[in-house]
Design a protein around this ligand. Structure first.
Ligand code: ADP
Ligand code: ZN
Length: 717
C-alpha cells in the first residue's frame, strides 16, 4: 500500500503490509523511513512499480480514528491547486503527530480551597486566581493563555501553596452546544435570510451563500440560526474567523446563544489541548469548532456547514509553508463534502461579489442596522486645506470634533494603522536611515519598549547612541507618526482624557484583548488610539467619533487590492462609530478626497465602488477576471539567485493569453537574510496556471540554499 508521510516530499511511498495487519485507506501507521520510523497515513493501493519483496514493512497500525476519505481528498486537492507537496498539506491535517498519541492523563490546576493568597499579589497572579475562582481546573497552557501570563506565574502560585494540581480525566468531554436554546426574535429581513439558510442546511448539498449586510445588521445572529440547524441535523460545524486571538466577544456571544464554549483551534493551543481537541473532532465528540484557517484541515467526519466570517480579510491567506487562501479552500471543502458554506461580510471581496453576480454563489442581504441604529456620517478632511500644525498629525477640524466629543462625555477613536513610534528613523546629520540587517525594511522605533524593531522578521535592537554612518551623537529623528507618537500628541492636547492604545504590541492575549474591550465598554476610556485590531467586530456603544489619521496609508504600493482593502478596512473602522442610539461621525484625513475609495465611503456607495473596481480589473485582466501566480526565487547568495532567475526566465512559457513578468526584485527583496526575485504569471480565467508552471519548472534543479516558492492567487506582489 502507499503511505503518505507528513513531509514535504513528492508523493506517497509504497510499503508492504504484513498479513496480520488489516489496513484500510486512512489508517494511521508507523513506517520506516531511512533510519527513522514515522507516522503516516495509508493513502492508496500502492503503485505496484516495485518488487513487493524489496519493500519495507509497515511497522504498526495506530489506534486512532481513520482519516476520513473527505479529508484525504481535500488534502490531495489543496496540494494540487497550491502546488505544494501533498505531505506538506498532510502535515497540517495531522496537525502535529502528537495529535496521534493516545490521550494521556492531563494535569489540571485549581485553587487550594481556603489557602491564603501570598502577601505580594501581582496583577498577573490576581488574574490567575480570579479565573480559577470562576471556573473549573485548567490545563497549564490554557490557564496561562486565558490569564495572559507566563506559565512561570502559575508555577509560582503552586510553590506558594495557593494552587494545586489535579489529575483530569484523560478524555475531557467537550461541552456540547445546545441548538434547542432560543435565539432572539428575528426581524423580517433576518427571518427571511434564516429561512433560506436553514433550508440549504437541512436539504444538504453544496451551496455557497454570501451574507451581506452593514456592520451591526445582525449577520452573526443569522448565521447562528444556520449553525443551530446544522447541529440539529447532526452535522459538525466549522466557523473560520480571521483573528481568533481577538475574538473574545464572539466567543462570549456564542456561549450565550448555545450555552457552551465552542472548541477552538489555532496556533496558540497548548499541546495537550491540541491533542484532545483533534481527537474529539475525529471521534465526532466535538460538534462545533471555531478556528483560524488551519482548522479547515481537522479530521471532521460529519462536517455539514462552514461559516467564513469576515470573508474579505486577507488574514485568510496563508503566506508561508503551504500557500493557500482558506476562504477559497473552504468553498472547495464544502463542494467536495456536498454541504453549504456561508461567506459573511459587510464589505465582500471582489472575488465573492463576482461569484454572486454570475450566480455561482447565492446571497442574502440584511439592509439595515439592527434596531434601526443609524449609520455614521462619513466625511473627509482635506489635509491640503487643513494641514495639522508642525509635528502634529491632527488637523484643526479633527481636533475640534475631538474636543466636542470629549466635552459631551462621549468616546473618540483615532485610527492609525501603524505600530510603534515612527515608521522611519533617520540621522539628521547625514540622512542615514536605520534599516533591518536581514530585510529590505526600515527599523521601526517602539518607544514604549525602548527598542527598534523590524516588522517583517522580528529583529530588534537598541537605538544606537551614535549614528553608525557618521558617528553624530543624539542625531536621530523620527519621521512620520505611529500610534505611540500619536498618543504623545493626544496626551499633550487632552491631558485630562483617559487614553488607551490598542495594537498588537499592547494587546497580545485573548485575556488582554477582553480586558481592553471591557474597559472601553465600561467607559473607563475616553480616547482610544488603535491599529487595525480595533476594527475587528467590537461593539463600543459610547463611541461616537472616529478620526482616521491617514486614510491614504494603504493606497500606495504594488498591491492589486490596495483600493479594495483600504475601502474594506476604513469601512470597518467607520462601523465602530455610533452603534447604539447615538449617531456617529467619521472623519477621514486625506490628501486625495476625490479618490474613488474616499468618495465611496463618503457617499456610502459600496456598489458603485465595486463596479468601478471591477471594470478596472476586467480591463487589465486581473483577478477575479484573470488568474495570477507568483514564483518567488530565493537564496542566501544574490548571485546564485540571479543565475537561477535567468535560467527560469529562459524557459518561461510563450502562450497566447499568458503573460510572464520578471524577474524583478520581490517586494521585500531581502527577507530574513534571503535575497528574493519574483516572476508574475497572468493567465486568462479559463487557463489554469498550474499545469503551465509544472511544465515550466520541471527541469529546474535547485541546489544549496536556493528555494522556489509558488504562490497561486498572490496577495502582495
Ligand atoms: P453583524 O454581525 O452584522 O455585525 P450582529 O449579529 O453582531 O451584526 O448584530 C448587531 C447587534 O444587534 C448585536 O448586539 C446583536 O446581538 C443584536 N441583534 C441582531 N439581531 C437581533 C435580533 N433579532 N434581536 C435582538 N438583538 C439582535
Ligand atoms: Zn527584518
Amino acid at each position: 500500500m502507499s503511505v503518505l508521510l507528513p513531509l514535504p516530499l513528492a508523493g506517497a511511498y509504497d510499503y508492504r503490509v504484513p498479513p496480520e495487519f488489516e489496513l484500510e485507506e486512512g489508517d494511521y501507521v508507523i513506517v520506516p523511513l531511512g533510519r527513522r520510523e514515522m507516522v503516516g497515513v495509508v493513502w492508496g493501493a500502492g503503485s505496484g512499480e516495485f518488487d513487493p519483496k524489496r519493500l519495507k514493512n509497515v511497522v504498526e497500525r495506530l489506534e486512532a480514528p481513520r482519516m476520513p476519505a473527505a479529508v484525504r481528498r481535500f488534502v490531495d486537492w489543496v496540494a494540487g491547486y497550491s502546488m505544494a507537496a501533498p505531505g506538506a498539506v498532510l502535515r497540517m491535517a495531522m496537525s502535529v503527530s502528537a495529535a496521534l498519541e493516545p490521550p494521556r492523563v492531563l494535569t489540571g490546576y485549581r485553587l487550594v480551597s481556603g489557602a491564603a493568597l501570598p502577601a505580594r499579589v501581582t496583577e498577573a497572579r490576581q488574574r490567575v486566581v480570579d479565573l480559577l475562582k470562576e471556573g473549573p481546573p485548567r490545563l497549564l497552557s490554557e490557564l496561562a493563555r486565558e490569564a495572559g501570563c507566563s506559565t512561570g506565574v502559575i508555577k509560582g502560585l503552586v510553590e506558594a501553596g495557593a494552587i494545586e494540581t489535579v489529575e483530569l480525566p484523560a478524555r475531557m468531554s467537550p461541552p456540547v452546544p445546545d441548538w434547542r436554546l432560543p435565539g432572539p426574535t428575528l426581524e423580517p429581513a433576518q427571518a427571511q435570510a434564516v429561512q433560506s439558510l436553514r433550508h440549504a442546511v437541512t436539504k444538504g448539498g453544496f451551496s455557497a451563500t454570501l451574507i451581506d449586510g452593514v456592520t451591526g445588521a445582525g449577520k452573526t445572529e443569522v448565521y447562528f440560526e444556520a449553525i443551530a440547524a446544522a447541529l440539529e441535523a447532526g452535522r459538525q460545524v466549522l466557523v473560520l474567523l480571521p483573528e481568533i486571538a481577538l475574538s473574545a466577544q464572539w466567543l462570549g456571544r456564542f456561549e450565550q446563544r448555545f450555552g457552551a464554549k465552542p472548541a477552538q483551534w489555532h496556533s496558540d493551543l497548548g499541546s495537550a489541548e491540541r491533542r484532545w481537541t483533534w481527537r474529539a473532532v475525529a471521534e465526532g465528540e466535538v460538534r462545533l469548532v471555531v478556528g483560524a484557517r488551519s482548522a479547515l484541515f481537522l479530521p471532521f467526519a460529519e462536517l455539514g456547514l462552514i461559516v467564513v466570517d469576515e470573508e474579505h480579510e486577507s488574514a485568510f491567506k496563508q503566506e508561508d509553508g503551504v500557500i493557500y487562501q482558506a476562504r477559497d479552500m473552504a468553498v472547495v471543502r464544502a463542494h467536495q463534502g456536498q454541504f453549504p458554506v456561508l461567506l459573511v461580510s459587510a464589505t465582500p471581496s471582489l472575488e465573492t461579489v463576482q461569484n454572486v453576480a454570475t450566480a455561482r454563489y447565492g446571497a442574502v442581504h440584511l439592509p439595515d442596522r439592527h434596531g434601526g441604529a443609524s449609520l455614521p456620517r462619513i466625511s473627509t478632511i482635506d489635509l491640503r486645506r487643513h494641514p495639522p500644525p508642525r509635528q502634529s498629525w491632527i488637523s484643526p477640524p479633527l481636533r475640534k470634533a475631538l474636543t466636542e466629543t470629549l466635552a459631551a462625555g462621549e468616546q473618540g477613536l483615532l485610527f492609525l494603522n501603524r505600530r510603534g513610534y515612527a515608521p522611519l528613523t533617520l540621522c539628521r546629520t547625514c540622512g542615514h536611515r536605520l534599516q533591518c540587517p536581514h530585510c529590505t525594511a526600515w527599523l521601526v522605533e517602539h518607544r514604549f519598549r525602548g527598542r527598534l524593531q523590524c516588522h517583517h522578521c522580528g529583529y530588534t535592537a537598541e537605538l544606537p547612541p551614535a549614528c553608525p554612518a557618521c558617528n553624530a551623537v543624539d542625531s536621530f529623528a523620527a519621521c512620520g507618526p505611529g500610534v505611540e507618537r500619536l498618543a504623545e500628541e493626544v496626551v499633550a492636547l487632552y491631558p485630562q482624557a483617559r487614553l488607551a492604545v490598542m495594537t498588537s504590541d499592547t494587546v497580545f492575549s485573548v485575556r488582554g484583548a477582553e480586558e481592553m474591550v471591557r474597559r472601553i465598554q465600561a467607559h473607563e476610556v475616553d480616547l482610544l488610539i488603535g491599529t487595525q485590531i480595533v476594527a475587528k467586530g467590537h461593539h463600543f456603544p459610547m463611541l461616537t467619533l472616529v478620526g482616521v489619521v491617514d486614510a491614504d496609508l494603504g493606497l500606495g504600493g504594488g498591491d492589486l487590492r490596495a483600493a479594495e482593502r483600504t475601502y474594506q478596512l476604513l469601512h470597518q473602522v467607520a462601523g465602530r462609530a455610533g452603534r447604539a442610539e447615538r449617531p456617529g461621525q467619521v472623519l477621514l484625513q486625506t490628501f486625495d478626497p476625490g479618490h474613488p475609495v474616499m468618495q465611496a465611503l463618503v457617499g456610502d456607495d459600496r456598489d458603485r465602488f465595486l463596479a468601478e473596481e471591477s471594470q478596472d480589473r476586467q480591463r487589465t485582466g486581473m483577478p477575479p477576471f484573470g488568474r495570477l501566480a507568483a514564483l518567488i526565487l530565493s537564496g542566501e547568495s544574490p548571485e546564485a539567485v540571479d543565475r537561477l532567475a535567468r535560467e527560469v526566465a529562459a524557459r518561461a512559457p510563450h502562450l497566447e493569453g499568458v503573460t510572464v513578468l520578471g524577474p524583478a526584485p520581490a517586494p521585500l527583496a531581502l527577507l530574513r537574510g534571503r535575497h528574493r526575485r519574483r516572476f508574475l504569471m497572468k493567465c486568462r480565467r479559463d487557463q489554469a496556471p498550474q499545469p503551465l508552471i509544472r511544465e515550466w519548472l520541471a527541469p529546474i534543479k535547485l541546489s544549496g540554499s536556493l528555494r522556489l516558492q509558488i504562490d497561486i492567487d498572490p496577495y502582495s506582489f
